[in-house]
Structures are given as C-alpha cells and as structure tokens.
Design a protein around this ligand. Structure first.
Ligand SMILES: *Cc1c(COP(=O)(O)O)cnc(C)c1O
Length: 318
C-alpha cells in the first residue's frame, strides 16, 4: 500500500477516510470476535440508544512514525482503561482492555500507508468509540452495542509557527458537580458547542470553564486541560473530579518532575490566582501543548508575561 497523494504538512485536524476500520458487536450479553472492514458506514435503527439518548463514549490517541521508521502509538493502555471507566458510567458493557489495544494495533497496521512520515509534524489520529445500537424508547441502557476504531491522518497543530491563544472565562458550565465531566462521552461535547461558538463569535479562541459548584476555581477548556507555570518555575495543574483526566497532562507532569526536575502541584487553582502565573498552556492529544497568552474575565484582561507571540520558556521545554 502506498500513499503519495497526501500533503502531510498542510493537513488540517479533519476527517480523511482511510482503508480499514475495526468493528465489534455486543449482542446477547457478549462481544463477537470482531475484525477489520473496509465499510465506513454504520447502519442502525432510527431508534438506536445512541440517537435518542446519546449513549456513546469515545477515545482519542495518535500513531507516529519514529526516526528509524517504526510505527508507535502513545499509551493506548491508558486509553483502554479510561474507556472502561467511561463505559461503566454510562451503563455500557466494557470492551476488554487487551482487546481494545489489539483493535487499535490492527487498525493502525492496516492503515500503515496513512501514518505520516517522521518529521512531517503530522500524525495518524485514532478514534475508538462505542454506542448503543438497538432501539431504545423508554429511557434505559441499550442491550446491543457496537465498538469501532477508525483512523484519520491529521496535520501539525502549529501550522506556520506557534501562536498563543486568547481565552475567556465562560459563564457556561462544562460539567455538573458529580456529573459526567470526568468521562469521555459525546454528551459533554454536544452541550459545549453553543459555548464554543459563542466564544468564537465574541472573538475568543476557547472557553475557560470554572467549577460548576462555586465558579471560583479553574477546571479546563472544552477539550484540553490547563497547565500553569508560577513565576518561580513551578508547574501547577488544576485538580477536580469534574475534569477529564488527560493522558497528555499525566505524561507532561511526569516529564516535568522526572526529566526536568521541576516541582509540580496538582491542586485546586482559583481564578483569583491566574493573573499571578507566568505561563499558561492547554494540553491534550490534539493540542499537544497550546500556549495561552491571555485570559479575559468579563472584560478584565489577564496577560501572561510570556506574551502573545511565543511560548513561555517552561511550556516550550515541556
Ligand atoms: C480528551 C480530552 C482531554 C485531553 O485528554 P488526552 O488524553 O490528553 O487527549 C482534555 N479534556 C477533555 C474534556 C477531553 O475530552
């Protein structure tokens, strides 16, 4: 399989159909043997649980080509574990973690021609997901489910250099106290669409969501966790049970502590203290780390000393 038609450097974060995807069905209380298919279409009842009551969870990770030409994925074991937690919270059957990893490996191997070359900046994004597939009209969990994994090549996040973004403190909430903010479910994104479009209409790149209980503490954005750096070089990341536990953040915290010898605090972060930080970034599989230059709280601007043209030094190192 060859793929010479894709201009890796100019890809967006968008969907490009690749050759194979993995499909496995849950019926009569068990997952079938599953396997690869070339069919990208899903045919389900108009009354499927996912269509009526949004019973669906997903994951996201990337595959890369190494310098010596191997293809590797980043910590699929942690995505498998997180998807198990997401499924349990939505009363869905668990797709076994070892099978999840096998499905990811099979799908990436089958689409090896779409894994961008080393140094291109592009990656193969991997999307595992699961949904209730049989008719459900009374509110209850579906009986049948489908698990799928597809891949799509995505471009470098920082096309034409890094540009720090401006975010606003949102009046909307992302997650309810004791709700579903900590799981990767489509429902968390459906309800964030209005808030992100509203932010864009007002000229902001992203929303900073606060804790839904008191609106005094920093949570995260619609799809990425926060990292802050104090003026004395400490890395601080918000802790809350309604934040989606980012695998990228987990790795960056490890890198900060173990490789860079930095002090790291995972703790509640008050909106009040944001103005005192030296650097701010957003982290996630898609964003890697995106520098934040400015946070605007209802007209009050908080500008980080790292400025609006470059990444701060600690974020850059990370
Ligand atoms: C997926 C996601 C992240 C980032 O998690 P990674 O595992 O680093 O990709 C952060 N916040 C939300 C709300 C997410 O859905």
């Amino acid at each position: 399989m060859e793929n010479n038609n894709i201009d890796w450097a100019n890809l967006d974060f968008g969907y490009i159909k690749t050759d194979y995807r993995y499909v496995c069905n849950f019926k009569d209380g068990a997952w079938d043997e599953g396997g690869l298919t070339t069919d990208d279409k899903v045919v389900i009842s108009e009354c499927a649980g996912v269509l009526q009551y949004a019973q669906t969870v997903f994951e996201g990770m990337k595959a890369y080509t190494t310098e010596d030409g191997r293809i590797v994925t980043f910590r699929p074991d942690l995505n498998a574990e997180r998807m198990e937690n997401s499924a349990r919270r939505l009363e869905m059957p668990v797709f076994p973690q070892d099978r999840f990893i096998d499905a990811v490996v099979q799908t990436v191997k089958a689409n090896a021609a779409y894994v961008p070359p080393f140094g291109s900046g592009a990656t193969l994004y991997i999307r595992p997901f699961m949904f209730g597939s049989n008719p459900v009209i009374g509110v209850k969990p579906a009986d049948d489910y489908q698990f799928r994994v597809f891949t799509t090549p995505v471009g470098p996040y920082f096309k034409g250099g890094v540009k720090p973004i401006t975010i606003r403190v949102s009046d909307f909430d992302r997650a309810a106290p004791n709700g579903t903010g900590h799981i990767k479910a489509g429902l968390n994104y459906a309800m964030s669409l209005y808030a992100i479009m509203d932010a864009h209409r007002q000229g902001f790149d992203e929303n900073m969501y606060l804790d839904p209980g008191t609106h005094t503490k920093v949570e995260e954005t619609g799809g990425a966790n926060f990292l802050f750096v104090t003026k004395d070089g400490k890395v601080v990341t918000p802790k809350s049970n309604s934040i989606l536990p980012s695998i990228t953040r987990r790795s960056l915290v490890y890198v900060a502590k173990e490789y860079l010898g930095l002090e790291v605090e995972e703790r509640e972060v008050y909106l009040e203290e944001v103005k005192d930080f030296a650097e701010c970034g957003l982290c996630g599989t898609a964003a890697v780390i995106s520098p934040v230059g400015k946070v605007v709280d209802h007209g009050k601007e908080m500008c980080f000393p790292s400025g609006m043209t470059e990444m701060g030094p600690v974020i850059q190192k990370l």
